[in-house]
Design a protein around this ligand. Sequence first.
Ligand code: ATP
Length: 261
Amino acid sequence: MGVPQIEMRDVGLSYFSPKHETEALRDIRLEVKAGEFISIVGPSGCGKSTLLSLVSGMLKPTRGEVLLMGERVNGVSPRVGYMLQHDHLFEWRDVLSNLLVGAEVRRIDKKKAKEKALYLLERYGLGGFAHHSPSQLSGGMRQRVALVRTLVAEPDILLLDEPFSALDFQTRLTLADDVHHIIKEQGKTAILVTHDIPEAITMADRVLVMSKRPSTFSASYDIVFDEGPDLTPWRKREAGRFQEYFNGIWKELDAHVASAG
Ligand SMILES: Nc1ncnc2c1ncn2[C@@H]1O[C@H](COP(=O)(O)OP(=O)(O)OP(=O)(O)O)[C@@H](O)[C@H]1O
């Protein structure tokens, strides 16, 4: 087996204040292969976003180490891109110019970035919107633009921190299909954090459940459907084993929430 794209070796993270230590994560062990899509679910406040910050290099582990492609993470990594709950598009810039912000900041070749941005807009059904302002787009379109903006920077790894949670249910379902398609087609490695168990199951190749704080992984589910690997997230909701996965993950999560109460 090759080197994992993401590896966490016995990672722990504590937040310190003058009087307090909050131990968020303990003994986190994780290996994610290139091109794999994993989802993480867990009780509120267990440390899911913290874990993503460790992978991106925004936080340094208190214990253990985080590696990307076998190299120890040491500061914010350009190999990692984020997709968040809010799109953070600049309203005073048009869509195309929003997509080039990263290139400007990182001083990437602007012409190349523009070509890539226009290609991705076209490829993912946004070709006619390059010169629209974000306020002219629907919530789902804005999130697709946000994903394209991340892709322009050509990261290997995408971290999705509840990217659908501000949207209405129908938009969520459609966007989940779109985002899944884009990430798989682009061959990116992805970690999705969500509170939505069906979303976790239908987007990912593997679902990891976290315990309450100090949090660690308490269960892992490989998601395989008899209907084949090419089902869209939407179709997976109707697939034979969906309910079985749902029940298992729900029970596991419920045990943590009950023991927290
Ligand atoms: N900067 C910080 N300083 C101190 N404590 C923090 C800080 N950031 C997070 N925490 C604490 O660490 C724990 C984990 O927070 P985190 O945001 O990673 O959890 P989460 O699982 O993503 O939460 P949610 O499910 O609510 O989105 C929480 O108890 C939180 O209060």
